[in-house]
Design a protein around this ligand. Sequence first.
Ligand SMILES: C[S@@+](CC[C@H](N)C(=O)[O-])C[C@H]1O[C@@H](n2cnc3c(N)ncnc32)[C@H](O)[C@@H]1O
Length: 241
Amino acid sequence: MTGIRKEVTIGDCRLILGDCREILPTLGHFDAVLTDPPYGIGADAAASKVSGFQGGGMKAAKGVYAATDWDAAPPAQEVIDLMREISTHQIVFGGNYFHLPPSKCWLVWDKQTNGGFADCELAWTNLNKPVRRIVHMWNGMLRKGGEERNEHPTQKPLGVMQWCLTHIPQAKTILDPFMGSGTTGVACVKAGRTFVGIEREPSYFDIACRRIQKAVDQPDMFVAARGPEPVQQPLFGGAPA
Ligand SMILES: C[S@@+](CC[C@H](N)C(=O)[O-])C[C@H]1O[C@@H](n2cnc3c(N)ncnc32)[C@H](O)[C@@H]1O
């Protein structure tokens, strides 16, 4: 029993509908986990009940999202520990809500807002580099259509997840056990990485499938044009370097 309720492969992405607590132990090793787990602050209930909820700095219209309870509590410590065991690198949004060891490198998403849910969101990492910050405002890009449309109460901006991937350039296989609407997967498609995503709510799983399919169907020029890695030829004969 793996807990997999449904599985879809889109390009280099494997999308799994199910509970990551059951599925994580059945997966192999990943170069990196890039994820945004529930913080345990009730963002889901607020978004489905309250008009004008500021989830991630975004206004959500009343009744847009399905009423669920996925944000009632943060993930169990065993899940956090398991994510770390099965991956080399980790970038975990909401790291200030979970029990994680001290870190040299936090990735800071500065929303350029004052008030609302939070002015910044913090991703804990195990990277050996200094703290880095991205300034990215949702307002102004929201509901213009395309990928920045807000389809999940705590959807992360695509640009923020793409920026996270630039901090782990060597990571080819990426896991997001709390996939939501699939923003990490879209970022992986655009960066040419292999992705595995897990989501428990069928409506969010369907949104993730649609967004990732769209990203695969409309690849960025630089990813599509990228050929095989160049082989450096020796100047004076002999085997390639
Ligand atoms: C903070 S949201 C992720 C949002 C995502 N970053 C995005 O841009 O859409 C966390 C997601 O984890 C899902 N989730 C919560 N517990 C889960 C579990 N045990 N297994 C799989 N998914 C889970 C929730 O349904 C929710 O969609």
